[in-house]
Write a protein that binds this ligand. Structure first.
Ligand code: ADP
Ligand code: MG
Length: 615
Protein backbone atom coordinates (compact mmCIF):
# COMPACT_ATOMS: atom_id res chain seq x y z
CA UNK A 1 0.00 0.00 0.00
CA UNK A 2 1.31 3.46 -0.85
CA UNK A 3 1.92 6.17 1.78
CA UNK A 4 -1.27 7.75 2.95
CA UNK A 5 -0.20 10.21 5.63
CA UNK A 6 0.19 13.88 4.78
CA UNK A 7 0.79 17.01 6.83
CA UNK A 8 -2.25 19.25 6.92
CA UNK A 9 -1.77 22.76 5.60
CA UNK A 10 -1.65 25.46 8.30
CA UNK A 11 -5.03 26.87 7.32
CA UNK A 12 -6.70 23.50 7.95
CA UNK A 13 -4.72 22.89 11.15
CA UNK A 14 -5.75 26.35 12.37
CA UNK A 15 -9.36 25.64 11.56
CA UNK A 16 -9.22 22.43 13.56
CA UNK A 17 -7.49 24.16 16.46
CA UNK A 18 -10.06 26.95 16.29
CA UNK A 19 -12.70 24.45 17.30
CA UNK A 20 -11.14 24.31 20.74
CA UNK A 21 -10.75 28.00 21.30
CA UNK A 22 -13.66 29.54 19.42
CA UNK A 23 -16.88 27.61 19.57
CA UNK A 24 -19.25 30.58 19.50
CA UNK A 25 -19.07 34.37 19.18
CA UNK A 26 -18.71 34.77 22.96
CA UNK A 27 -15.41 32.88 22.97
CA UNK A 28 -13.98 35.17 20.29
CA UNK A 29 -15.14 38.12 22.39
CA UNK A 30 -13.34 36.69 25.41
CA UNK A 31 -10.05 36.31 23.52
CA UNK A 32 -10.21 39.79 22.04
CA UNK A 33 -11.11 41.48 25.33
CA UNK A 34 -8.32 39.61 27.08
CA UNK A 35 -5.82 40.65 24.40
CA UNK A 36 -6.85 44.27 24.84
CA UNK A 37 -6.41 43.94 28.57
CA UNK A 38 -3.02 42.28 28.16
CA UNK A 39 -2.01 45.18 25.91
CA UNK A 40 -2.43 47.45 28.93
CA UNK A 41 -5.47 49.30 27.59
CA UNK A 42 -7.22 51.73 29.93
CA UNK A 43 -10.23 51.98 27.64
CA UNK A 44 -11.82 49.10 25.74
CA UNK A 45 -14.81 49.22 23.43
CA UNK A 46 -16.78 46.16 22.40
CA UNK A 47 -19.14 46.42 19.46
CA UNK A 48 -21.22 43.50 18.20
CA UNK A 49 -23.78 43.11 15.47
CA UNK A 50 -26.29 40.27 15.24
CA UNK A 51 -24.99 38.74 18.45
CA UNK A 52 -21.49 38.60 17.02
CA UNK A 53 -22.46 36.64 13.91
CA UNK A 54 -21.73 39.43 11.48
CA UNK A 55 -19.40 41.62 13.55
CA UNK A 56 -17.35 41.54 16.72
CA UNK A 57 -15.14 44.58 17.08
CA UNK A 58 -12.83 45.38 19.95
CA UNK A 59 -11.09 48.74 20.05
CA UNK A 60 -8.42 49.41 22.65
CA UNK A 61 -5.92 52.12 23.49
CA UNK A 62 -3.30 49.58 24.53
CA UNK A 63 0.31 49.30 23.39
CA UNK A 64 -0.53 48.47 19.74
CA UNK A 65 1.65 46.39 17.42
CA UNK A 66 4.48 47.00 14.98
CA UNK A 67 3.95 46.21 11.26
CA UNK A 68 5.63 42.82 11.53
CA UNK A 69 3.96 41.89 14.82
CA UNK A 70 0.61 42.78 13.25
CA UNK A 71 1.30 40.16 10.62
CA UNK A 72 2.88 37.63 12.96
CA UNK A 73 0.14 37.70 15.59
CA UNK A 74 -2.11 35.65 13.29
CA UNK A 75 0.34 32.77 13.15
CA UNK A 76 -0.15 29.79 15.41
CA UNK A 77 1.98 29.78 18.59
CA UNK A 78 2.79 33.43 18.02
CA UNK A 79 2.86 35.18 21.35
CA UNK A 80 4.75 37.96 23.03
CA UNK A 81 3.77 36.69 26.48
CA UNK A 82 6.03 33.71 27.01
CA UNK A 83 9.40 32.75 25.63
CA UNK A 84 10.25 29.43 27.26
CA UNK A 85 8.42 26.59 28.98
CA UNK A 86 9.36 27.86 32.46
CA UNK A 87 7.46 31.06 31.78
CA UNK A 88 4.25 29.02 31.98
CA UNK A 89 4.58 29.18 35.74
CA UNK A 90 5.04 32.91 35.96
CA UNK A 91 2.06 33.99 33.91
CA UNK A 92 0.53 37.33 34.75
CA UNK A 93 -1.26 37.90 31.43
CA UNK A 94 -4.60 36.49 30.34
CA UNK A 95 -3.23 34.93 27.15
CA UNK A 96 0.00 33.02 26.58
CA UNK A 97 -0.79 30.19 24.17
CA UNK A 98 -0.54 32.30 21.04
CA UNK A 99 -3.44 30.60 19.35
CA UNK A 100 -6.46 32.89 19.69
CA UNK A 101 -5.85 35.22 16.77
CA UNK A 102 -4.67 32.37 14.54
CA UNK A 103 -7.86 30.48 15.35
CA UNK A 104 -10.13 33.45 14.82
CA UNK A 105 -8.43 34.35 11.53
CA UNK A 106 -8.94 30.77 10.34
CA UNK A 107 -12.71 30.94 10.64
CA UNK A 108 -13.62 34.56 9.96
CA UNK A 109 -12.85 37.63 7.89
CA UNK A 110 -10.63 39.74 10.10
CA UNK A 111 -9.63 43.36 9.69
CA UNK A 112 -7.16 44.92 12.09
CA UNK A 113 -5.69 48.38 12.52
CA UNK A 114 -2.95 48.77 15.05
CA UNK A 115 -0.46 51.50 15.95
CA UNK A 116 2.35 51.69 18.46
CA UNK A 117 2.20 54.82 20.60
CA UNK A 118 5.50 56.18 19.32
CA UNK A 119 4.82 55.48 15.62
CA UNK A 120 3.45 58.01 13.17
CA UNK A 121 1.47 55.47 11.20
CA UNK A 122 -0.16 52.19 11.94
CA UNK A 123 -0.80 48.95 10.06
CA UNK A 124 -3.97 47.85 8.35
CA UNK A 125 -4.33 44.15 7.67
CA UNK A 126 -7.11 42.07 6.17
CA UNK A 127 -7.04 38.30 6.59
CA UNK A 128 -9.67 35.75 5.61
CA UNK A 129 -9.63 32.07 6.45
CA UNK A 130 -5.92 32.39 7.39
CA UNK A 131 -5.15 34.07 4.03
CA UNK A 132 -3.59 37.54 4.26
CA UNK A 133 -5.49 39.58 1.67
CA UNK A 134 -3.94 42.95 2.29
CA UNK A 135 -1.44 44.74 4.53
CA UNK A 136 -0.91 48.46 4.22
CA UNK A 137 0.16 51.36 6.39
CA UNK A 138 -2.61 53.62 7.58
CA UNK A 139 -3.37 56.52 9.85
CA UNK A 140 -5.14 55.29 12.97
CA UNK A 141 -5.32 56.01 16.69
CA UNK A 142 -2.85 54.51 19.18
CA UNK A 143 -3.76 50.97 20.10
CA UNK A 144 -5.58 48.27 18.24
CA UNK A 145 -8.94 47.91 16.57
CA UNK A 146 -9.82 44.42 15.46
CA UNK A 147 -13.00 43.52 13.60
CA UNK A 148 -14.08 39.92 13.24
CA UNK A 149 -16.67 39.66 10.49
CA UNK A 150 -18.86 36.73 9.48
CA UNK A 151 -17.63 34.29 12.06
CA UNK A 152 -17.62 30.68 10.80
CA UNK A 153 -18.12 31.90 7.20
CA UNK A 154 -16.12 28.88 6.05
CA UNK A 155 -17.33 26.40 8.68
CA UNK A 156 -21.05 25.97 7.95
CA UNK A 157 -21.38 23.14 10.48
CA UNK A 158 -20.31 25.46 13.31
CA UNK A 159 -22.51 28.26 12.02
CA UNK A 160 -25.51 25.97 12.05
CA UNK A 161 -24.87 25.06 15.66
CA UNK A 162 -25.23 28.65 16.81
CA UNK A 163 -28.31 29.38 18.88
CA UNK A 164 -30.69 32.23 18.27
CA UNK A 165 -29.34 35.75 18.64
CA UNK A 166 -30.79 36.37 22.10
CA UNK A 167 -28.94 33.35 23.47
CA UNK A 168 -25.64 34.11 21.75
CA UNK A 169 -25.88 37.71 22.95
CA UNK A 170 -26.45 36.59 26.50
CA UNK A 171 -23.31 34.45 26.28
CA UNK A 172 -21.39 37.49 25.05
CA UNK A 173 -22.83 39.60 27.83
CA UNK A 174 -21.75 37.05 30.41
CA UNK A 175 -18.21 37.00 29.03
CA UNK A 176 -18.16 40.78 29.01
CA UNK A 177 -19.24 40.87 32.66
CA UNK A 178 -16.58 38.39 33.70
CA UNK A 179 -13.79 40.35 32.06
CA UNK A 180 -15.07 43.80 32.99
CA UNK A 181 -15.85 42.88 36.60
CA UNK A 182 -12.33 42.02 37.56
CA UNK A 183 -10.64 44.64 35.36
CA UNK A 184 -12.38 47.37 37.29
CA UNK A 185 -9.63 49.90 36.64
CA UNK A 186 -10.43 49.90 32.93
CA UNK A 187 -13.17 51.88 31.13
CA UNK A 188 -15.44 49.69 29.03
CA UNK A 189 -18.29 50.29 26.63
CA UNK A 190 -20.39 47.59 25.02
CA UNK A 191 -22.65 48.29 22.02
CA UNK A 192 -24.95 45.73 20.46
CA UNK A 193 -26.63 46.57 17.13
CA UNK A 194 -25.85 50.23 17.74
CA UNK A 195 -27.32 50.27 21.23
CA UNK A 196 -25.14 51.10 24.23
CA UNK A 197 -25.60 48.27 26.76
CA UNK A 198 -22.81 49.08 29.21
CA UNK A 199 -20.76 52.18 29.86
CA UNK A 200 -18.38 51.38 32.70
CA UNK A 201 -15.92 53.77 34.28
CA UNK A 202 -12.72 52.86 36.06
CA UNK A 203 -13.16 52.52 39.79
CA UNK A 204 -12.81 49.92 42.50
CA UNK A 205 -14.19 46.38 42.57
CA UNK A 206 -17.28 47.30 44.55
CA UNK A 207 -18.10 50.17 42.22
CA UNK A 208 -17.73 47.91 39.23
CA UNK A 209 -20.11 45.40 40.78
CA UNK A 210 -22.73 48.05 41.27
CA UNK A 211 -22.15 49.51 37.78
CA UNK A 212 -22.88 46.10 36.29
CA UNK A 213 -25.47 44.68 38.65
CA UNK A 214 -27.12 47.80 40.00
CA UNK A 215 -26.85 49.86 43.13
CA UNK A 216 -29.02 47.55 45.20
CA UNK A 217 -25.97 45.33 45.54
CA UNK A 218 -24.53 47.82 48.01
CA UNK A 219 -27.00 46.61 50.58
CA UNK A 220 -26.68 42.95 49.67
CA UNK A 221 -22.96 42.40 50.01
CA UNK A 222 -20.40 42.11 52.74
CA UNK A 223 -16.67 42.47 52.12
CA UNK A 224 -14.26 39.56 52.34
CA UNK A 225 -10.67 40.38 52.99
CA UNK A 226 -8.15 37.80 54.06
CA UNK A 227 -4.42 37.73 53.64
CA UNK A 228 -2.53 34.50 54.17
CA UNK A 229 0.77 33.00 53.08
CA UNK A 230 -1.04 30.91 50.52
CA UNK A 231 -3.38 33.44 48.98
CA UNK A 232 -4.96 36.82 49.35
CA UNK A 233 -8.70 36.81 49.14
CA UNK A 234 -10.66 39.94 48.44
CA UNK A 235 -14.14 40.59 47.29
CA UNK A 236 -17.73 40.53 48.32
CA UNK A 237 -20.25 37.88 49.28
CA UNK A 238 -23.98 38.28 49.68
CA UNK A 239 -25.57 38.64 53.07
CA UNK A 240 -27.46 35.46 53.90
CA UNK A 241 -30.89 37.03 53.56
CA UNK A 242 -30.20 37.78 49.90
CA UNK A 243 -29.53 34.17 48.94
CA UNK A 244 -31.47 33.11 45.89
CA UNK A 245 -33.09 29.96 44.61
CA UNK A 246 -30.82 29.91 41.59
CA UNK A 247 -27.07 30.08 41.33
CA UNK A 248 -26.87 33.50 39.80
CA UNK A 249 -24.07 35.90 40.40
CA UNK A 250 -21.22 33.67 41.38
CA UNK A 251 -17.93 35.03 40.22
CA UNK A 252 -14.64 33.56 41.27
CA UNK A 253 -11.42 35.01 39.89
CA UNK A 254 -7.84 34.01 40.31
CA UNK A 255 -5.13 36.47 39.37
CA UNK A 256 -7.69 38.51 37.41
CA UNK A 257 -8.95 35.48 35.51
CA UNK A 258 -12.52 34.22 35.81
CA UNK A 259 -12.40 30.56 36.78
CA UNK A 260 -14.74 27.66 37.29
CA UNK A 261 -13.56 25.54 40.15
CA UNK A 262 -16.22 23.28 41.65
CA UNK A 263 -14.29 22.69 44.88
CA UNK A 264 -13.66 26.35 45.57
CA UNK A 265 -17.18 27.31 44.58
CA UNK A 266 -18.37 24.67 47.05
CA UNK A 267 -16.10 26.11 49.74
CA UNK A 268 -17.95 29.40 49.53
CA UNK A 269 -21.37 27.76 49.49
CA UNK A 270 -20.42 25.62 52.47
CA UNK A 271 -19.76 28.72 54.49
CA UNK A 272 -23.47 29.46 54.14
CA UNK A 273 -24.71 26.00 55.06
CA UNK A 274 -26.34 27.05 58.33
CA UNK A 275 -27.38 30.57 57.46
CA UNK A 276 -29.46 30.21 54.33
CA UNK A 277 -32.43 28.00 53.52
CA UNK A 278 -31.82 24.75 51.71
CA UNK A 279 -31.59 24.99 47.94
CA UNK A 280 -30.71 28.65 48.14
CA UNK A 281 -27.43 30.01 46.86
CA UNK A 282 -25.31 33.01 47.73
CA UNK A 283 -23.91 35.53 45.27
CA UNK A 284 -20.24 36.23 45.40
CA UNK A 285 -17.51 38.17 43.69
CA UNK A 286 -14.23 36.84 44.97
CA UNK A 287 -10.75 37.52 43.75
CA UNK A 288 -8.01 35.14 44.82
CA UNK A 289 -4.46 36.32 44.31
CA UNK A 290 -1.84 33.59 44.38
CA UNK A 291 1.73 33.34 43.33
CA UNK A 292 1.56 32.27 39.64
CA UNK A 293 4.08 29.51 40.35
CA UNK A 294 1.50 27.80 42.56
CA UNK A 295 -1.14 27.82 39.85
CA UNK A 296 -1.47 25.91 36.58
CA UNK A 297 -3.60 27.79 34.07
CA UNK A 298 -2.58 25.61 31.19
CA UNK A 299 -4.91 22.68 31.75
CA UNK A 300 -7.66 23.81 29.41
CA UNK A 301 -7.62 25.73 26.10
CA UNK A 302 -10.07 28.38 27.33
CA UNK A 303 -8.18 28.70 30.62
CA UNK A 304 -11.31 28.87 32.77
CA UNK A 305 -10.26 25.67 34.51
CA UNK A 306 -7.15 25.93 36.62
CA UNK A 307 -5.26 23.85 39.15
CA UNK A 308 -3.83 25.05 42.44
CA UNK A 309 -0.96 23.41 44.26
CA UNK A 310 -2.48 24.36 47.61
CA UNK A 311 -6.01 23.35 46.76
CA UNK A 312 -7.15 21.92 50.07
CA UNK A 313 -5.65 24.74 52.13
CA UNK A 314 -7.24 27.23 49.79
CA UNK A 315 -10.58 25.51 50.26
CA UNK A 316 -10.33 25.98 54.02
CA UNK A 317 -9.15 29.56 53.79
CA UNK A 318 -11.91 30.52 51.40
CA UNK A 319 -14.57 28.89 53.51
CA UNK A 320 -13.32 30.46 56.72
CA UNK A 321 -12.88 33.89 55.12
CA UNK A 322 -16.41 33.81 53.77
CA UNK A 323 -17.82 32.69 57.06
CA UNK A 324 -15.99 35.38 58.89
CA UNK A 325 -17.29 37.99 56.47
CA UNK A 326 -20.88 36.86 56.88
CA UNK A 327 -20.54 36.79 60.65
CA UNK A 328 -18.89 40.18 60.90
CA UNK A 329 -20.57 42.24 58.29
CA UNK A 330 -24.07 41.03 57.71
CA UNK A 331 -25.39 43.60 60.17
CA UNK A 332 -23.91 46.54 58.31
CA UNK A 333 -26.75 48.23 56.48
CA UNK A 334 -24.81 49.32 53.46
CA UNK A 335 -21.49 48.39 52.05
CA UNK A 336 -18.86 51.07 52.42
CA UNK A 337 -17.55 51.44 48.93
CA UNK A 338 -14.00 52.28 49.90
CA UNK A 339 -11.34 51.89 47.28
CA UNK A 340 -9.85 48.44 47.38
CA UNK A 341 -6.13 48.29 47.42
CA UNK A 342 -4.52 46.12 44.81
CA UNK A 343 -2.93 43.09 46.36
CA UNK A 344 0.67 42.49 45.55
CA UNK A 345 1.13 38.95 46.69
CA UNK A 346 4.76 38.13 47.45
CA UNK A 347 6.15 35.09 45.72
CA UNK A 348 6.54 32.08 47.98
CA UNK A 349 10.16 31.43 48.89
CA UNK A 350 11.91 28.52 47.19
CA UNK A 351 11.13 25.18 48.76
CA UNK A 352 8.30 26.70 50.73
CA UNK A 353 5.72 24.19 51.93
CA UNK A 354 2.44 25.88 52.77
CA UNK A 355 0.76 24.93 56.02
CA UNK A 356 -2.99 25.06 56.18
CA UNK A 357 -4.17 27.33 59.00
CA UNK A 358 -4.88 25.55 62.28
CA UNK A 359 -7.99 25.60 64.36
CA UNK A 360 -7.58 26.83 67.91
CA UNK A 361 -10.66 27.42 69.92
CA UNK A 362 -12.03 26.53 73.29
CA UNK A 363 -15.43 24.98 73.16
CA UNK A 364 -16.92 27.05 75.94
CA UNK A 365 -19.74 25.06 77.32
CA UNK A 366 -21.99 22.08 77.35
CA UNK A 367 -25.18 23.38 75.77
CA UNK A 368 -27.53 21.48 78.00
CA UNK A 369 -25.14 21.36 80.92
CA UNK A 370 -25.36 24.70 82.66
CA UNK A 371 -28.34 25.12 84.85
CA UNK A 372 -27.17 27.95 87.05
CA UNK A 373 -28.27 30.76 84.78
CA UNK A 374 -31.56 29.25 83.71
CA UNK A 375 -34.66 31.27 83.64
CA UNK A 376 -38.07 29.95 82.89
CA UNK A 377 -39.90 30.72 79.70
CA UNK A 378 -43.60 31.31 79.69
CA UNK A 379 -44.29 27.65 79.00
CA UNK A 380 -42.02 26.68 81.80
CA UNK A 381 -39.19 25.64 79.50
CA UNK A 382 -35.95 27.22 80.62
CA UNK A 383 -34.02 29.37 78.20
CA UNK A 384 -30.47 28.45 78.94
CA UNK A 385 -27.39 30.54 78.69
CA UNK A 386 -25.02 29.67 75.83
CA UNK A 387 -22.03 30.95 77.76
CA UNK A 388 -21.64 32.33 81.25
CA UNK A 389 -22.59 35.96 81.14
CA UNK A 390 -19.54 38.09 81.60
CA UNK A 391 -20.05 40.30 84.67
CA UNK A 392 -17.69 42.85 83.17
CA UNK A 393 -20.32 43.79 80.60
CA UNK A 394 -20.74 47.30 81.72
CA UNK A 395 -19.77 49.25 78.68
CA UNK A 396 -21.68 48.94 75.50
CA UNK A 397 -20.02 47.86 72.37
CA UNK A 398 -20.80 49.62 69.15
CA UNK A 399 -21.52 47.06 66.47
CA UNK A 400 -20.64 49.61 63.82
CA UNK A 401 -17.09 49.91 64.99
CA UNK A 402 -16.88 46.15 64.61
CA UNK A 403 -18.14 46.27 61.06
CA UNK A 404 -15.81 49.06 60.09
CA UNK A 405 -12.68 47.61 61.56
CA UNK A 406 -10.37 45.74 59.26
CA UNK A 407 -10.80 42.04 59.78
CA UNK A 408 -7.89 40.27 61.38
CA UNK A 409 -6.03 37.85 59.26
CA UNK A 410 -6.73 34.19 59.63
CA UNK A 411 -3.18 33.60 60.66
CA UNK A 412 -3.44 36.20 63.44
CA UNK A 413 -6.67 34.92 64.80
CA UNK A 414 -6.09 31.23 64.27
CA UNK A 415 -9.76 30.61 64.62
CA UNK A 416 -12.21 28.52 62.68
CA UNK A 417 -11.25 26.66 59.60
CA UNK A 418 -13.20 23.46 59.36
CA UNK A 419 -15.33 23.70 62.42
CA UNK A 420 -18.14 26.15 63.00
CA UNK A 421 -16.55 26.84 66.34
CA UNK A 422 -17.91 29.24 68.89
CA UNK A 423 -15.28 31.62 70.07
CA UNK A 424 -14.70 31.54 73.77
CA UNK A 425 -16.90 34.10 75.43
CA UNK A 426 -14.02 36.29 76.55
CA UNK A 427 -13.03 36.73 72.91
CA UNK A 428 -16.53 37.64 71.90
CA UNK A 429 -17.75 40.63 73.86
CA UNK A 430 -21.47 41.17 73.74
CA UNK A 431 -22.43 44.49 72.25
CA UNK A 432 -25.17 44.81 74.82
CA UNK A 433 -25.17 44.57 78.60
CA UNK A 434 -27.30 41.86 80.10
CA UNK A 435 -28.83 44.44 82.39
CA UNK A 436 -30.19 46.53 79.53
CA UNK A 437 -33.97 46.60 79.85
CA UNK A 438 -35.98 44.92 77.13
CA UNK A 439 -39.55 45.36 75.97
CA UNK A 440 -41.62 42.79 74.16
CA UNK A 441 -43.64 43.79 71.12
CA UNK A 442 -46.65 41.66 70.14
CA UNK A 443 -45.19 38.84 72.21
CA UNK A 444 -42.89 38.28 69.24
CA UNK A 445 -40.13 40.87 69.15
CA UNK A 446 -37.71 42.01 71.80
CA UNK A 447 -36.84 45.68 71.71
CA UNK A 448 -33.79 47.06 73.44
CA UNK A 449 -31.18 49.77 73.00
CA UNK A 450 -27.60 49.70 71.81
CA UNK A 451 -25.18 52.58 71.44
CA UNK A 452 -25.74 52.55 67.70
CA UNK A 453 -29.53 52.53 67.89
CA UNK A 454 -32.61 50.60 68.64
CA UNK A 455 -32.25 46.83 68.66
CA UNK A 456 -35.18 44.73 67.50
CA UNK A 457 -34.83 40.96 67.88
CA UNK A 458 -37.14 38.37 66.36
CA UNK A 459 -37.46 36.07 69.39
CA UNK A 460 -38.23 32.92 67.43
CA UNK A 461 -35.52 33.34 64.79
CA UNK A 462 -33.01 34.34 67.48
CA UNK A 463 -33.79 31.37 69.69
CA UNK A 464 -33.49 29.08 66.66
CA UNK A 465 -30.00 30.41 66.03
CA UNK A 466 -28.99 29.96 69.68
CA UNK A 467 -30.31 26.40 69.86
CA UNK A 468 -28.81 25.48 66.52
CA UNK A 469 -25.33 26.57 67.55
CA UNK A 470 -25.64 24.81 70.88
CA UNK A 471 -26.62 21.61 69.15
CA UNK A 472 -23.96 21.74 66.46
CA UNK A 473 -21.15 22.85 68.76
CA UNK A 474 -21.98 20.38 71.48
CA UNK A 475 -18.95 18.46 72.72
CA UNK A 476 -20.68 15.84 74.85
CA UNK A 477 -24.16 14.36 74.94
CA UNK A 478 -26.72 16.96 75.87
CA UNK A 479 -28.45 16.97 79.24
CA UNK A 480 -31.99 15.79 79.27
CA UNK A 481 -34.86 15.62 81.67
CA UNK A 482 -36.57 12.35 82.47
CA UNK A 483 -40.27 12.38 81.72
CA UNK A 484 -42.54 11.56 84.64
CA UNK A 485 -44.63 9.39 82.36
CA UNK A 486 -42.98 7.92 79.24
CA UNK A 487 -44.75 8.95 76.04
CA UNK A 488 -45.56 6.55 73.23
CA UNK A 489 -45.32 7.75 69.63
CA UNK A 490 -46.58 5.92 66.57
CA UNK A 491 -45.13 6.11 63.05
CA UNK A 492 -45.63 4.57 59.63
CA UNK A 493 -43.27 1.67 58.92
CA UNK A 494 -41.22 3.84 56.55
CA UNK A 495 -40.93 6.67 59.07
CA UNK A 496 -40.12 4.21 61.84
CA UNK A 497 -37.16 3.05 59.77
CA UNK A 498 -35.88 6.61 59.36
CA UNK A 499 -36.38 7.31 63.05
CA UNK A 500 -34.44 4.17 63.94
CA UNK A 501 -31.59 5.56 61.86
CA UNK A 502 -31.75 8.84 63.74
CA UNK A 503 -31.92 7.40 67.25
CA UNK A 504 -28.18 7.61 67.95
CA UNK A 505 -28.11 11.27 66.87
CA UNK A 506 -31.22 12.09 68.88
CA UNK A 507 -29.65 10.50 71.94
CA UNK A 508 -26.69 12.84 71.55
CA UNK A 509 -29.12 15.75 71.54
CA UNK A 510 -30.76 14.68 74.79
CA UNK A 511 -33.59 12.39 73.67
CA UNK A 512 -33.99 8.94 75.13
CA UNK A 513 -36.13 6.90 72.83
CA UNK A 514 -36.58 3.17 72.59
CA UNK A 515 -38.55 1.18 70.04
CA UNK A 516 -41.27 -1.13 71.18
CA UNK A 517 -42.52 -3.12 68.26
CA UNK A 518 -42.05 -2.19 64.63
CA UNK A 519 -43.66 1.23 64.55
CA UNK A 520 -44.07 2.33 68.17
CA UNK A 521 -41.45 4.23 70.10
CA UNK A 522 -41.35 5.22 73.73
CA UNK A 523 -39.80 8.51 74.74
CA UNK A 524 -38.44 8.55 78.28
CA UNK A 525 -36.37 11.75 78.31
CA UNK A 526 -36.07 14.95 76.25
CA UNK A 527 -34.06 18.17 76.33
CA UNK A 528 -35.74 20.77 78.50
CA UNK A 529 -36.88 22.92 75.60
CA UNK A 530 -39.23 20.23 74.30
CA UNK A 531 -42.83 20.13 75.42
CA UNK A 532 -43.86 16.71 76.59
CA UNK A 533 -47.44 17.11 75.43
CA UNK A 534 -46.41 17.69 71.81
CA UNK A 535 -43.95 14.90 71.23
CA UNK A 536 -45.84 13.13 68.45
CA UNK A 537 -46.15 16.22 66.20
CA UNK A 538 -42.61 17.15 67.18
CA UNK A 539 -41.15 13.91 65.82
CA UNK A 540 -43.50 13.92 62.82
CA UNK A 541 -42.11 17.28 61.82
CA UNK A 542 -38.51 16.22 62.45
CA UNK A 543 -39.06 13.31 60.08
CA UNK A 544 -40.70 15.47 57.40
CA UNK A 545 -37.84 18.00 57.55
CA UNK A 546 -35.18 15.35 57.64
CA UNK A 547 -36.58 13.38 54.71
CA UNK A 548 -36.99 16.44 52.55
CA UNK A 549 -33.47 17.65 53.24
CA UNK A 550 -32.10 14.24 52.41
CA UNK A 551 -34.08 14.11 49.15
CA UNK A 552 -32.58 17.47 48.25
CA UNK A 553 -29.18 15.95 48.89
CA UNK A 554 -28.54 18.53 51.55
CA UNK A 555 -25.43 16.67 52.34
CA UNK A 556 -24.88 17.36 56.01
CA UNK A 557 -27.13 15.00 57.91
CA UNK A 558 -26.27 16.29 61.39
CA UNK A 559 -26.72 19.87 60.32
CA UNK A 560 -30.16 19.32 58.83
CA UNK A 561 -31.26 17.46 61.96
CA UNK A 562 -30.01 20.28 64.19
CA UNK A 563 -31.70 22.82 61.97
CA UNK A 564 -35.00 21.01 62.33
CA UNK A 565 -34.61 20.45 66.08
CA UNK A 566 -33.77 24.11 66.65
CA UNK A 567 -36.75 25.15 64.61
CA UNK A 568 -39.07 22.96 66.62
CA UNK A 569 -37.63 23.71 70.03
CA UNK A 570 -37.41 27.49 69.63
CA UNK A 571 -39.72 29.72 71.58
CA UNK A 572 -42.53 30.65 69.21
CA UNK A 573 -43.90 34.00 68.16
CA UNK A 574 -46.81 34.96 70.38
CA UNK A 575 -45.10 33.66 73.52
CA UNK A 576 -44.86 36.17 76.35
CA UNK A 577 -41.35 36.34 77.80
CA UNK A 578 -40.23 37.70 81.12
CA UNK A 579 -37.65 40.46 81.44
CA UNK A 580 -34.82 38.10 82.44
CA UNK A 581 -35.68 35.70 79.64
CA UNK A 582 -35.52 38.45 77.06
CA UNK A 583 -32.21 39.71 78.43
CA UNK A 584 -30.83 36.19 78.45
CA UNK A 585 -31.99 35.54 74.92
CA UNK A 586 -30.39 38.72 73.60
CA UNK A 587 -27.17 37.99 75.49
CA UNK A 588 -27.10 34.43 74.17
CA UNK A 589 -27.74 35.63 70.66
CA UNK A 590 -24.69 37.85 70.73
CA UNK A 591 -22.60 34.90 71.90
CA UNK A 592 -23.45 33.09 68.68
CA UNK A 593 -21.03 32.76 65.86
CA UNK A 594 -23.62 33.90 63.31
CA UNK A 595 -25.95 36.03 65.42
CA UNK A 596 -27.67 37.90 62.63
CA UNK A 597 -29.48 35.08 60.84
CA UNK A 598 -31.44 32.01 61.84
CA UNK A 599 -30.24 28.63 60.53
CA UNK A 600 -32.87 28.88 57.82
CA UNK A 601 -31.69 32.29 56.70
CA UNK A 602 -34.18 34.54 58.46
CA UNK A 603 -32.90 37.81 59.91
CA UNK A 604 -32.77 37.57 63.69
CA UNK A 605 -32.29 41.25 64.44
CA UNK A 606 -32.23 44.76 63.12
CA UNK A 607 -30.44 47.78 64.51
CA UNK A 608 -32.09 51.05 63.65
CA UNK A 609 -30.04 54.20 64.10
CA UNK A 610 -31.79 57.43 65.17
CA UNK A 611 -30.97 58.84 61.72
CA UNK A 612 -32.70 55.92 60.02
CA UNK A 613 -35.70 56.20 62.30
CA UNK A 614 -36.12 59.91 61.90
CA UNK A 615 -35.24 60.38 58.24
P1 ADP B 1 -1.76 35.23 23.22
O1 ADP B 1 -2.69 36.26 23.76
O2 ADP B 1 -1.95 33.90 23.84
O3 ADP B 1 -0.35 35.67 23.22
P2 ADP B 1 -3.11 35.76 20.75
O4 ADP B 1 -3.26 34.97 19.51
O5 ADP B 1 -4.33 36.17 21.44
O6 ADP B 1 -2.15 34.97 21.71
O7 ADP B 1 -2.29 37.05 20.40
C1 ADP B 1 -1.00 36.92 19.82
C2 ADP B 1 -0.14 38.13 20.12
O8 ADP B 1 -0.65 39.27 19.45
C3 ADP B 1 -0.13 38.54 21.57
O9 ADP B 1 0.84 37.83 22.30
C4 ADP B 1 0.18 40.02 21.49
O10 ADP B 1 1.56 40.24 21.41
C5 ADP B 1 -0.44 40.44 20.18
N1 ADP B 1 -1.75 41.09 20.37
C6 ADP B 1 -2.96 40.52 20.24
N2 ADP B 1 -3.94 41.40 20.48
C7 ADP B 1 -3.35 42.56 20.78
C8 ADP B 1 -3.82 43.88 21.12
N3 ADP B 1 -5.13 44.15 21.21
N4 ADP B 1 -2.91 44.85 21.32
C9 ADP B 1 -1.59 44.58 21.24
N5 ADP B 1 -1.08 43.38 20.92
C10 ADP B 1 -1.93 42.37 20.69
MG1 MG C 1 -4.71 36.24 23.56
Amino acid sequence: MSDIINILPDSVANQIAAGEVVDRPASAVKELLENAHDAGASKIQLIVKDAGRTLIQVIDNGCGMSDSDARLCFERHATSKIHKADDLFAIRTMGFRGEALASIAAIAQVEMKSKLHDSELGTHIIIEGSDVKEQTTCACPNGTSISVKNLFFNVPARRNFLKKDSIELSHIEEIFKRVALINYQTDYTFHSNGKLLYDLHAGNFAERISQIFGNSHREHLCPVNEQTDIANIQGYVSKPEYARKTRGEQYLFVNHRFIKHPALNAAIEKAYADVIPERHYPSYFIHISVDPSRLDVNIHPTKTEVKFIDESALFSILRAATRKAIGQFSLATELQFNPIEEVDFPPAPKGYIPKPPQIHYTPGYNPFGSTSSHSRSAQGAPIKSAAPVDPKWTSFFDIKSQTESKPDTLADKQTTIESPAVLPSEEKPSPISQQTPCLQLNNSYIVSVMPSGLLVVDQQAAHERILFERLTNRKSPAHSQQLLFPVNCQFTPADAEVLNELLPDLKEYGFEIGSIGQTTFVVTATPTDVKESELQPFFDQILVDYKSSMIQKFNNRAQSLCRSLAHQMAVKKGTALQQTEMQQLVADLFCCQMPTVSPSGKKTMAILSPEQLLS
